[in-house]
Design a protein around this ligand. Structure first.
Ligand code: PGA
Length: 230
């Protein structure tokens, strides 16, 4: 029976996720741990490059990343959309403008993620593609710190839409040409590595959760959404 199977699921689940996924993965772990109280979890949250290092060193069972590694044989499955949008303070003068030319970004003080960040490289490729240079006023290794800097009036930035939660009133999302940058999160694991039963169970659980979140518009808005629907 299912109850017996649940009893068998004892052990550790090791996850490595990029920083933008920290807005969703911990929330999804709550209901999962209630289903499988015998599973202990280690969750490492860091940027794209450091997640790649963890993968090379075989430190985790499953990874969540926005960019599939080039030089490493992996299995991957799209998980949820992870659009990158232009964040500005709530009262920014451009907030009501439509279709702002991307060149306009060059005139605003810009806050950039640190080297090694996948968000940073996605922003840089888009800017390079259009020959635009931004004035980087501040470089910061944390989405949260960037949000505080934006709210404090230091500049604008490009961040995952998922980083905006109950604090949405503090920000505006500017309607700039070529944005959002469309990206996905993927669930990834090294191709040569057999998933443990626990990792496989979590993998299936994540895909199921992604379906429910997509049905609700793609963002976690309701704190208890996994419990209310099932
Ligand atoms: P980052 O991850 O923390 O490396 O910017 C986000 C991403 O790659 O989407």
């Amino acid at each position: 029976t299912i109850a017996n199977l649940k009893g068998l699921k004892q052990g550790q689940l090791r996850l490595g996720v990029i920083t933008t996924a920290k807005y969703i993965i911990p929330r999804l772990l709550g209901p999962f741990c209630q289903l499988y109280p015998g599973i202990d979890i280690s969750l490492q949250v860091t940027n794209h490059e450091l997640i790649l290092d963890r993968m090379m060193n075989n430190l985790d069972d499953l990874y969540i990343m926005s960019q599939i590694p080039d030089h490493f044989d992996v299995n991957f499955e799209p998980f949820l959309e992870n659009p990158l949008v232009v964040f500005a303070p709530a009262n920014h003068p451009l907030k009501k403008e439509k279709n702002i030319p991307i060149e306009r970004l060059g005139e605003e003080p810009f806050i950039m993620r640190e080297p090694g960040s996948g968000t940073r490289s996605a922003v840089q490729s888009l800017l390079e593609e259009h020959g635009i240079k931004v004035k980087v006023k501040l470089e910061l290794g944390s989405n949260e710190a960037i949000k505080q800097a934006i709210a404090g009036g230091l500049g604008i930035s490009v961040l995952s839409r998922h980083t905006m939660l109950s604090d949405a009133a503090e920000f505006s999302i500017l309607d700039v040409q070529h944005f959002p940058i469309k990206r996905n999160w993927y669930i990834i694991h090294p191709a040569g590595k057999q998933l443990s039963i626990i990792a496989y169970t979590y993998y299936e659980y994540l895909l199921d959760a992604a379906k429910k979140i997509t049905q609700q518009g793609g963002l976690i808005l309701d704190h208890n959404f996994m419990n209310t629907n099932s």
